[in-house]
Design a protein around this ligand. Structure first.
Ligand code: SF4
Length: 201
Protein backbone atom coordinates (compact mmCIF):
# COMPACT_ATOMS: atom_id res chain seq x y z
CA UNK A 1 0.00 0.00 0.00
CA UNK A 2 1.22 3.48 -0.84
CA UNK A 3 1.55 6.09 1.88
CA UNK A 4 2.37 9.80 1.75
CA UNK A 5 4.46 10.43 4.84
CA UNK A 6 4.77 14.01 5.97
CA UNK A 7 8.37 14.41 7.17
CA UNK A 8 9.40 17.14 9.60
CA UNK A 9 13.16 16.39 9.50
CA UNK A 10 15.78 13.72 8.78
CA UNK A 11 16.38 12.37 12.31
CA UNK A 12 12.64 12.00 13.00
CA UNK A 13 12.08 10.16 9.71
CA UNK A 14 14.46 7.23 10.24
CA UNK A 15 12.42 5.12 12.65
CA UNK A 16 8.96 5.66 11.05
CA UNK A 17 10.32 5.00 7.54
CA UNK A 18 12.03 1.80 8.70
CA UNK A 19 8.89 0.54 10.44
CA UNK A 20 6.57 1.42 7.55
CA UNK A 21 8.88 -0.25 5.05
CA UNK A 22 8.97 -3.40 7.20
CA UNK A 23 5.19 -3.39 7.14
CA UNK A 24 5.20 -3.34 3.34
CA UNK A 25 4.26 0.28 2.72
CA UNK A 26 5.52 1.99 -0.40
CA UNK A 27 6.65 5.32 1.00
CA UNK A 28 6.69 8.72 -0.54
CA UNK A 29 8.00 11.40 1.77
CA UNK A 30 6.64 14.93 1.75
CA UNK A 31 8.78 17.71 3.18
CA UNK A 32 6.48 20.64 3.88
CA UNK A 33 7.52 22.67 6.92
CA UNK A 34 6.97 26.41 6.62
CA UNK A 35 7.52 26.54 10.39
CA UNK A 36 11.30 26.05 10.16
CA UNK A 37 13.33 29.24 10.55
CA UNK A 38 15.67 30.86 9.88
CA UNK A 39 16.62 29.85 6.35
CA UNK A 40 20.01 28.37 7.28
CA UNK A 41 18.26 26.04 9.71
CA UNK A 42 15.84 24.94 6.99
CA UNK A 43 18.79 24.27 4.69
CA UNK A 44 20.56 22.12 7.31
CA UNK A 45 17.42 20.04 7.87
CA UNK A 46 16.85 19.56 4.14
CA UNK A 47 20.44 18.32 3.69
CA UNK A 48 19.97 15.88 6.60
CA UNK A 49 16.78 14.49 5.06
CA UNK A 50 18.44 14.16 1.65
CA UNK A 51 21.00 11.88 3.30
CA UNK A 52 18.31 9.78 5.00
CA UNK A 53 16.27 9.43 1.80
CA UNK A 54 19.40 8.29 -0.07
CA UNK A 55 20.42 5.79 2.60
CA UNK A 56 16.93 4.36 3.21
CA UNK A 57 16.07 4.65 -0.47
CA UNK A 58 12.71 6.40 -0.62
CA UNK A 59 11.64 9.42 -2.70
CA UNK A 60 10.77 12.79 -1.18
CA UNK A 61 8.55 15.50 -2.59
CA UNK A 62 10.05 18.84 -1.53
CA UNK A 63 8.23 22.04 -0.79
CA UNK A 64 10.22 24.58 -2.76
CA UNK A 65 9.15 27.69 -0.85
CA UNK A 66 10.66 29.27 2.24
CA UNK A 67 7.31 29.57 4.01
CA UNK A 68 8.09 31.96 6.85
CA UNK A 69 5.63 34.63 5.77
CA UNK A 70 2.78 32.19 5.03
CA UNK A 71 3.33 30.48 8.37
CA UNK A 72 3.18 33.79 10.26
CA UNK A 73 0.05 34.77 8.32
CA UNK A 74 -1.57 31.47 9.29
CA UNK A 75 -0.88 32.04 12.98
CA UNK A 76 -2.37 35.50 12.71
CA UNK A 77 -0.51 36.83 15.75
CA UNK A 78 -1.21 33.79 17.98
CA UNK A 79 2.37 33.16 18.95
CA UNK A 80 2.16 31.58 22.41
CA UNK A 81 3.08 27.89 22.65
CA UNK A 82 -0.51 26.95 23.43
CA UNK A 83 -1.87 28.79 20.42
CA UNK A 84 0.68 28.28 17.71
CA UNK A 85 1.44 24.52 17.66
CA UNK A 86 -2.03 23.31 16.71
CA UNK A 87 -2.35 25.50 13.58
CA UNK A 88 1.29 24.61 12.85
CA UNK A 89 0.35 20.88 12.79
CA UNK A 90 -2.83 21.66 10.88
CA UNK A 91 -1.25 23.53 7.95
CA UNK A 92 1.31 20.79 7.47
CA UNK A 93 -1.15 17.90 7.64
CA UNK A 94 -3.71 19.71 5.50
CA UNK A 95 -1.10 20.29 2.80
CA UNK A 96 -0.09 16.62 3.06
CA UNK A 97 -3.71 15.56 2.52
CA UNK A 98 -4.02 17.84 -0.51
CA UNK A 99 -0.80 16.48 -1.98
CA UNK A 100 -2.01 12.89 -1.42
CA UNK A 101 -5.22 13.64 -3.33
CA UNK A 102 -3.16 15.13 -6.18
CA UNK A 103 -0.99 11.99 -6.31
CA UNK A 104 -3.89 9.53 -5.93
CA UNK A 105 -2.47 8.19 -2.64
CA UNK A 106 -5.13 7.10 -0.16
CA UNK A 107 -3.17 7.02 3.11
CA UNK A 108 -1.21 9.72 4.89
CA UNK A 109 0.82 9.90 8.08
CA UNK A 110 3.49 12.06 9.70
CA UNK A 111 6.85 11.72 11.40
CA UNK A 112 5.58 14.18 14.01
CA UNK A 113 4.21 11.02 15.69
CA UNK A 114 7.82 10.05 16.45
CA UNK A 115 8.61 13.08 18.59
CA UNK A 116 8.42 12.93 22.37
CA UNK A 117 8.20 16.71 22.43
CA UNK A 118 5.08 17.15 20.30
CA UNK A 119 1.46 17.02 21.38
CA UNK A 120 0.82 13.47 20.22
CA UNK A 121 -2.95 13.34 20.81
CA UNK A 122 -3.47 16.59 18.95
CA UNK A 123 -1.45 15.36 15.97
CA UNK A 124 -3.66 12.27 15.82
CA UNK A 125 -6.84 14.36 16.08
CA UNK A 126 -5.73 16.87 13.44
CA UNK A 127 -4.34 14.15 11.14
CA UNK A 128 -7.61 12.23 11.29
CA UNK A 129 -9.60 15.38 10.58
CA UNK A 130 -7.52 16.42 7.55
CA UNK A 131 -7.55 12.90 6.14
CA UNK A 132 -11.31 12.52 6.63
CA UNK A 133 -12.06 15.86 4.95
CA UNK A 134 -10.19 14.70 1.85
CA UNK A 135 -11.57 11.14 1.80
CA UNK A 136 -8.27 9.62 3.00
CA UNK A 137 -7.04 7.40 5.84
CA UNK A 138 -4.67 8.69 8.50
CA UNK A 139 -2.25 5.93 9.47
CA UNK A 140 -1.55 6.08 13.19
CA UNK A 141 1.28 4.43 15.06
CA UNK A 142 3.01 5.51 18.24
CA UNK A 143 6.48 5.88 16.74
CA UNK A 144 7.76 7.32 20.02
CA UNK A 145 8.62 3.78 21.10
CA UNK A 146 11.50 3.92 18.63
CA UNK A 147 12.83 7.21 20.03
CA UNK A 148 16.22 5.86 21.13
CA UNK A 149 16.70 3.70 18.04
CA UNK A 150 16.10 6.75 15.83
CA UNK A 151 18.61 8.83 17.77
CA UNK A 152 21.28 6.14 17.51
CA UNK A 153 20.70 5.68 13.78
CA UNK A 154 20.93 9.43 13.13
CA UNK A 155 24.19 9.64 15.11
CA UNK A 156 25.60 6.77 13.08
CA UNK A 157 24.70 8.58 9.86
CA UNK A 158 26.32 11.74 11.21
CA UNK A 159 23.43 13.92 10.04
CA UNK A 160 22.49 17.28 11.51
CA UNK A 161 20.34 16.96 14.65
CA UNK A 162 18.47 20.13 15.44
CA UNK A 163 18.41 21.60 18.94
CA UNK A 164 14.91 23.15 18.72
CA UNK A 165 11.52 22.36 17.23
CA UNK A 166 11.61 24.68 14.22
CA UNK A 167 10.06 28.13 14.57
CA UNK A 168 11.95 31.19 15.76
CA UNK A 169 9.80 31.16 18.91
CA UNK A 170 10.83 27.62 19.80
CA UNK A 171 14.44 28.67 19.22
CA UNK A 172 14.01 31.52 21.71
CA UNK A 173 12.35 29.17 24.24
CA UNK A 174 15.09 26.59 23.79
CA UNK A 175 17.74 29.14 24.67
CA UNK A 176 15.72 31.15 27.19
CA UNK A 177 18.04 30.44 30.17
CA UNK A 178 21.12 31.30 28.14
CA UNK A 179 19.38 34.43 26.82
CA UNK A 180 18.44 35.53 30.36
CA UNK A 181 22.01 35.06 31.55
CA UNK A 182 23.31 37.18 28.67
CA UNK A 183 20.72 39.92 29.24
CA UNK A 184 21.53 40.07 32.97
CA UNK A 185 25.21 40.42 32.14
CA UNK A 186 24.45 43.29 29.76
CA UNK A 187 22.18 44.93 32.34
CA UNK A 188 25.10 44.95 34.80
CA UNK A 189 27.27 46.63 32.18
CA UNK A 190 24.59 49.29 31.83
CA UNK A 191 24.71 50.05 35.56
CA UNK A 192 26.91 53.06 34.97
CA UNK A 193 23.76 54.81 33.71
CA UNK A 194 22.55 54.86 37.31
CA UNK A 195 25.83 56.41 38.49
CA UNK A 196 25.07 60.07 39.40
CA UNK A 197 28.53 61.17 38.29
CA UNK A 198 27.89 59.77 34.83
CA UNK A 199 24.58 61.63 34.70
CA UNK A 200 26.31 64.92 35.58
CA UNK A 201 28.93 64.30 32.94
S1 SF4 B 1 7.12 24.86 18.55
FE1 SF4 B 1 7.25 23.47 16.77
S2 SF4 B 1 5.15 22.70 16.46
FE2 SF4 B 1 5.03 24.51 17.78
S3 SF4 B 1 4.70 26.22 16.40
FE3 SF4 B 1 6.92 26.10 16.69
S4 SF4 B 1 7.62 24.78 15.02
FE4 SF4 B 1 5.42 24.51 15.15
Amino acid sequence: MEILLHICCGPCSIYPVTVLKDKGFLIRGFFFNPNIHPFLELERRIIALETVSNVLDFPVIWDTQYGLKDWLDTLDGKLDFNDRCLPCYAIRLEETAKMAVKLGIKTISTTLLYSKYQRHDKILEIGNKSAFQHGLEFYYEDFRQGWQKGIEASLELGIYRQPYCGCIFSEAERYSKRMNRLMKRLEKKNNFLENPRMKEA
